[in-house]
Design a protein around this ligand. Structure first.
Ligand code: MLT
Length: 265
């Protein structure tokens, strides 16, 4: 058990086997709203905000993925959850993998959504540092310009209402949180060597048109984890929860139905 009390804001709905859905950067728990609602008919679904994001407290400094994973463990302790299905989108997936490293016995099934296990290249690290400086001086709007064109499938219908939702979510992120997470992602270790040791049922969920984590990375992840299934969400970029909300919820439901015993199923 971890020693520090939970600091994280979270939403909780439903009953049954616990399922924790971790958001990507620079978003908050609302990223998972549709899937959380859909899955709460059979699962106890918990959607936290990472430190520095949403309604969770903000701290100065670097948000290491391991620190974020410890925050999730503390939340699990405070909710009396010994073990949960952990799904992480992008940065949330980096945290899910850090959590696996720290406490594999707390994970009953793993979902890695548009994410991967490799460390940043030097070039990506430098890019993150530059973005951190720009956000520090100019706020979250700097990220809107750099992220929006890459988040979705290139042929996205520009009238999609979730584009504005995404823009607003980015704009509402706090500069200190963004900077902390950028530095944390830049300093994360390469966890690819641990993939063959992941023994729980694992879903690798990928957008076929993801411009940030290309499909071949998802394929490599699925190939390296013994018990993994690769689920490709068609017509989706890096944001399948928004771009294909029902297909994403169905993919998770189907995977969990096959892999997690649930007395309410
Ligand atoms: C995310 O969606 O969480 C980020 O794009 C991940 C990253 O920048 O590596």
């Amino acid at each position: 058990m971890t020693s520090h009390p939970s600091i994280l804001h979270y939403n909780e709905q439903g009953q049954g086997t616990p399922l924790i859905l971790l958001h990507g950067f620079p978003f908050d728990h609302a990223l998972w709203d549709e899937q959380a609602r859909a899955l709460s008919d059979h699962y106890r679904v918990i959607t936290p905000d990472f430190r520095g994001f949403g309604s969770s407290p903000i701290f100065e400094g670097t948000y290491h993925m391991e620190t974020a994973a410890r925050d999730i463990l503390a939340l699990m302790d405070s909710l009396n959850i010994p073990k949960a299905g952990i799904f992480g989108h992008s940065m949330g997936g980096y945290v899910a993998l850090a959590l696996w490293q720290l406490a594999p016995e707390r994970i009953s099934a793993l979902g890695l959504v548009c994410t991967h296990a490799w460390a940043d290249t030097q070039e990506v690290r430098q890019g993150r540092e530059k973005t951190a400086d720009q956000v520090f001086n100019g706020g979250a709007k700097v990220l809107v310009e750099s992220l929006m064109p890459r988040l979705f499938a290139p042929d996205i219908d520009t009238a999609e209402p979730f584009l504005e939702v995404t823009r607003q979510m980015i704009l509402s992120a706090k500069a200190i949180g963004i900077v902390g997470a950028l530095r944390g992602m830049a300093s994360r270790p390469d966890l690819s060597a641990t993939l063959p040791q992941i023994t729980v049922p694992t879903a690798i969920i990928a957008g076929d048109k993801d411009q940030i984590v290309p499909l071949n990375r998802a394929e490599a992840m699925a190939g390296a984890i013994p018990n993994a299934v690769l689920i490709t969400i068609e017509n989706s970029g890096h944001m399948p929860m928004f771009e294909q909300p029902q297909a994403t919820a169905l993919a998770i439901r189907h995977f969990l139905g096959e892999s997690l015993p649930n007395p309410r199923n």
